[in-house]
Design a protein around this ligand. Sequence first.
Ligand SMILES: Cc1cc2nc3c(=O)[nH]c(=O)nc-3n(C[C@H](O)[C@H](O)[C@H](O)COP(=O)(O)OP(=O)(O)OC[C@H]3O[C@@H](n4cnc5c(N)ncnc54)[C@H](O)[C@@H]3O)c2cc1C
Ligand code: SF4
Length: 341
Amino acid sequence: MLRLPAFAYSSPKSLEAVLATLAEQPGRARLIAGGTDLLPNLKHGIEEAGLVVSLKHVPGLDGVEEQSDGSLRLGAMLTLEDLANHDVVRARYPALASAAGQIAGPHHRRMGTLGGNVCLNTRCVYINQTHFWRESLGYCLKKDGSACHVVKRGKRCVAAASNDTAPVLTTLGARLVIASAARGEREIDVGDFYTQDGVFNKDLQPDEMLTHVIVPPPAKGLHSAYGKLRPRDSIDFPRLSVAVAFVLKGGAGTAADPGKVHDLHIVVSALASTPVKLRKVDELAEGRTADETLFEEIAAAAYKQCHPLTSIDGDPAYRRDMVPVYVKRALRDALASGASA
Ligand SMILES: Cc1cc2nc3c(=O)[nH]c(=O)nc-3n(C[C@H](O)[C@H](O)[C@H](O)COP(=O)(O)OP(=O)(O)OC[C@H]3O[C@@H](n4cnc5c(N)ncnc54)[C@H](O)[C@@H]3O)c2cc1C
Ligand code: SF4
């Protein structure tokens, strides 16, 4: 049986108290939201904590608030279940609701939070194992070792970003609100938050925490969708994920005359330590009719840009072959789903 290591625990009743604790013990104090990722990682010895600080009793972190400019301010402690089922989120950002609803299983979504998902650790088949398993392999760069088993002689960990909400939030141009005791609040585009470092892939200091996610108001005619390759339709992390968002203008909204594509964003994830924004697909699609010819061209461009590694389960060649399949499916789903309300 895997046991949790010993650690101190605190459950502050205010954001200020959480931030003060992080500032006093940076690195030693670790935040816990739903605990669905942190606790298994502590049990496996992949992460360590001298003090676990719960966000459960901090007020003001679990709401969905509509702001005067039409954006939605989502609390970091909003559960994945509430995010997936929220009427306004479903109407405006169906891809976000869909991504949240595809994370893990029902129990995890009831416990797991948006903030925990955005801040999720990277994953790799050589690290998400028991301590015994990792020890027999000689550990790796991400924890306790000096070599990478994925990129031999590599100097940088390439464990994969595996959080389902991140690619969608990137296509939607969401911003993250991050707070610390020393520097107050700052905002960062989610597209700039993740870094190419599988050991710690976020622009988040040990004394900082995520408090909110701000999703801008949907542009008129916004279409979005999310697709996820996984072995089962439940519980599994993505082996590949694709988020698309574009604005459709003109046209009759029929299959024969769907309208023209503008401002296309496609983000593919579970390939590298960050979600990857596909290059030049926006130029390829701008002003063109949203039809199968265009979708085929975009899918071919996506295939050229995506190179899965062995850090994730599943044959990399198969996962690469699935890139154009999932890009086309997501584009079709976005077109079929209708514009955001
Ligand atoms: C069997 C299983 C299957 C899973 N499948 C998926 C899946 O398909 N897709 C997926 O995306 N995830 C999956 N997960 C992981 C996890 O359930 C989700 O990512 C969930 O959203 C994590 O949220 P949490 O609140 O439980 O995070 P926690 O475990 O509490 O925290 C995760 C990390 O984020 C940090 N953190 C939490 N909140 C904040 C904050 N506000 N500010 C700064 N740092 C913070 C914690 O310190 C920790 O490092 C799975 C987990 C399990 C056990
Ligand atoms: S990518 Fe390499 S260093 Fe990173 S967790 Fe996997 S084996 Fe370890």
